[in-house]
Design a protein around this ligand. Structure first.
Ligand code: TYM
Length: 413
């Protein structure tokens, strides 16, 4: 008998490549990781191409973020409509989220938040961040009190990314939904518009799953509609929403985009990222459930150094001689991949790629440079997080008006 996880894996398997991508499982049979071009075809999203990047630069008057330049954010759904809105001086808002299942967030979890912070700064728009403490109660062996506490703990890491308190609303499902009639009404409308057969097809739920799981996608869908936040949008129901996330979350928003026209609402737009790989290699994403696969935001400098040296999969030769002769393979080398996500210096990254490929730069040296980059990023994060008080968390999580102006960012390029 196949387990539920196996049934889901089969259902969401990329037939041609052996890749599995869904909100609960990401794996690939290739050392290079998921074949993202094939995934775009299978999911029916669009590739972020040079033309779109140029248009973003034209509309914002700023260079695009290095995660866009380097193809880390690689896929989208109707980003062009968001840019149309900006050009016409029309508003939009950002929506992203976190499932608080453990206290320690890992480096992969930072990716969408670092990028969302850049989007907020660049477009000067409001942002809502959903903490799905209800989801983690339904899926994990945790009580509602525990997941709610984790939501507040994780909010500290999110706030430490630098979001503007006047433009950002972070909410726990458990707390906010019971206090907002409009949010709950949208949830009900969505629940009524999607059948069990549809969620079974999208998420692979089975008859033995609890009914909480089956109706949960409506909860993750709801923040895509501005009417669910009357205190922020004054009851305006048609403000477009842009969702940055890794592509594992796309099934929720495929469902949301299917439902939107039935409810006469705007479909949310999306920007999808690739996965920050596990230390062992790109066949799987960094995951909090396997501590040796991950670098956590709570790791000490020594732990970071030891984990990279011990576990980071190397695309280099097995001996120094072999490496110098044959060169290294950046496409599978975890240290190089991590540099691609986190080093902001384009020319140094290009130099590393060239020298490593030729075998001039050794694995040990590349790892040493990466360790310094990560120790700096996590060290700075640690300091910023230590300054986030419970009062600040409460303020971010209080339903309130946000301060923002609906103005477009004028073209300078
Ligand atoms: P969660 O907590 O699993 O993940 C939070 C965010 O991090 C992204 N992510 C990654 N990105 C790059 N590399 C990785 N290895 C990696 N692992 C996780 C996820 O795609 C996500 O963007 N159900 C959601 C919470 C949620 C949400 C949302 C997420 C509610 N509403 C709207 C995005 C957008 C969850 O459990 O995320």
């Amino acid at each position: 008998m196949a387990t539920d996880a196996e049934k889901l894996a089969k259902l969401t398997m990329n037939e041609n490549s052996g890749d599995v991508v869904n909100p609960w499982n990401v794996s690939s049979s290739s050392q290079k990781g998921v074949d993202y071009d094939k995934l775009i075809n299978r999911f029916g999203s669009s590739k972020i191409d040079d033309a779109l990047l140029k248009r973003m630069e034209k509309v914002t008057g700023k260079p695009v973020h290095h995660m866009l330049r380097r193809g880390i954010f690689f896929s989208h759904r109707e980003m062009n409509l968001i840019l149309d809105a900006v050009e016409k001086d029309k508003p939009f808002y950002l929506y992203t989220g976190r499932g608080p299942s453990s206290e320690a967030m890992h480096l992969g979890h930072l990716i969408p938040f670092i990028f969302t912070k850049w989007l907020q700064d660049t477009f000067d728009v409001p942002l809502v961040i959903q903490m799905t403490d209800d989801e983690k109660f339904l899926w994990k062996d945790l009580t509602l009190e525990e997941t709610n506490k984790l939501a507040h703990e994780n909010a500290k890491d999110i706030i430490a990314c630098g979001f503007d308190i006047e433009k950002t609303f972070i909410f726990s499902d458990i707390e906010y939904i019971s206090s907002c009639r409009e949010f709950y009404q949208y949830m009900c409308e969505i629940q009524k518009s999607v059948t069990f057969n549809q969620v079974k097809g999208i998420f692979g739920f089975t008859e033995s799953d609890c009914i909480g799981k089956i109706s949960f996608p409506a909860i993750q869908a709801t923040p895509s509609f501005s009417g669910a936040f009357p205190q922020i949008f004054n009851g305006q129901k048609d403000i477009p929403c842009l969702i940055p996330c890794a592509i594992d979350q796309d099934p929720y928003f495929r469902m949301t985009r299917d439902v939107a026209p039935k409810l006469k609402l705007e479909k949310p737009a999306l920007l999808h990222s690739t996965f920050f790989p596990a230390l062992q290699g790109a066949q799987s994403k960094m995951s909090a459930s396997d501590p040796n696969s991950s670098i956590f935001l709570t790791d000490t400098d020594k732990q970071i150094k030891d984990k990279i040296n011990k576990y980071a999969y190397s695309g280099g030769g097995s001996t120094v001689e072999e490496h110098k002769k044959k060169g290294g393979d950046c496409a599978v080398d975890v240290a190089f991949q991590y540099m691609k996500f986190f080093s902001e210096d384009d020319s140094r990254l290009q130099q590393i790629e060239e020298e490593y490929t030729k075998g001039e730069l050794l694995t040990g040296h590349l790892k040493k440079e990466l360790i310094e980059v990560l120790q700096k990023i996590i060290g700075e994060h640690r300091e910023k997080r230590a300054k986030v008080t419970d009062e600040m968390v409460n303020e971010f999580m209080k339903p309130r008006k946000l301060k923002y102006e609906y103005k477009s960012v004028k073209t300078k390029v």
